[in-house]
Ligand binder design. Structure first.
Ligand SMILES: [Zn+2]
Length: 306
């Protein structure tokens, strides 16, 4: 059962204590009751220190162990407020903004927390897009526009996939790619799109193999310059993405951290019509307790290419 606060007052009332936050994490993490991550046993004693002592293997398990909240020295109440705040800001929030609003001690803490939450914005094993999609690539970073195949120093190439939903955009996927060659683009399309999907692209050679990979490939034109509006959905997403990176994050995103921002943008975009912010809060907490913990150091290093 999905159980979440619907308003700020409900939120404040419900998560007023550490105990209430811990209980909520417990319910979201183990909806069927306790399950020991070490041995799978389903019975535990609750200890005075707020830990679960497994009756199967005698391990002491914290409800935050193995989640993004693992080893946190800050109160869960602060984490919950951060999630609520992040979810309720339509365009997201910068590390500086979060530090100010929640009175977090350091910029570094705010920055690391936001990145940890971004890692939770990707649902593990998420499905691929289907139906009809538009696919194009865009360069992020730098000021001048560049054409494909030319050197693009300091820029990061991102594959943009937008699903058609009548005249509107359905869901999107964003994927960083190494270069605009078939070897880079085709696996990225396969990662994001179900075989059998109608895939519209321009005539760029990097997409030529899509038919042989099981897609219904439609070339909307044969000129391969980026910028004209023959792929309106994907162009709209690209424009919104760039505006968001410039606006909320002031263009200060390091290429090695871009993936985290792409994940956040995708999470927000795909849920932009959701009327219930509380439900998004629930989703993010749910994903935060099932993904593996990441350390601040891992986050600073950025993600390697898959
Ligand atoms: Zn156990």
């Amino acid at each position: 059962m999905e159980d979440y606060p619907k308003t700020i007052l409900e939120f404040e009332k419900r998560f007023a204590t550490e105990e209430a936050c811990r209980q909520y994490l417990f319910d979201v993490r183990w909806p069927e009751g306790f399950c020991c991550p070490r041995c799978g046993h389903s019975e535990a004693w609750y200890t005075k220190r707020g830990l679960y002592r497994c009756q199967g293997c005698d391990s002491q398990i914290s409800v935050t162990a193995g989640t993004i909240f693992q080893d946190t020295r800050k109160p869960l109440r602060l984490w919950f407020r951060t999630i609520w705040y992040v979810i309720n800001q339509k365009n997201g929030v910068s590390a500086l903004g979060l530090k100010r609003v929640l009175g977090l001690g350091s910029y570094q803490t705010a920055w690391t927390w936001l990145h940890k939450l971004r890692t939770a914005m990707v649902r593990p094993g998420r499905d691929r897009l289907s139906g009809t999609v538009e696919v194009d690539e865009t360069y992020i970073g730098g000021k001048k526009s560049v054409y494909r195949g030319r050197g693009a120093l300091g820029k990061t190439l991102v594959l943009v996939v937008a699903q058609e939903d009548g005249k509107h955009i359905g869901r999107i996927r964003l994927q960083r790619v190494f270069d605009p060659t078939a070897q880079s683009l085709c696996p990225a399309v396969q990662e994001c799109v179900e075989p059998g999907t109608v895939v519209r692209t321009d005539g760029w050679s990097g997409y030529r193999q899509l038919n042989s990979l099981g897609y219904i490939h439609e070339v909307v034109r044969h000129d391969s310059h980026i910028g004209d509006n023959l792929l309106p959905l994907v162009n709209r997403v690209t424009a919104l993405l760039k505006r968001w990176l410039q606006g909320t994050h002031q263009g200060a995103v390091q290429p090695s951290h871009l993936d985290y921002y792409l994940d956040e943008f995708t999470f927000r975009f795909n849920r932009r019509t959701s009327r219930s912010r509380g439900k998004l809060f629930y989703r993010l907490v749910q994903q935060a307790v099932i993904i593996a913990p990441v350390t601040g150091r891992e986050i600073q290093g950025g993600k390697p290419f898959p």
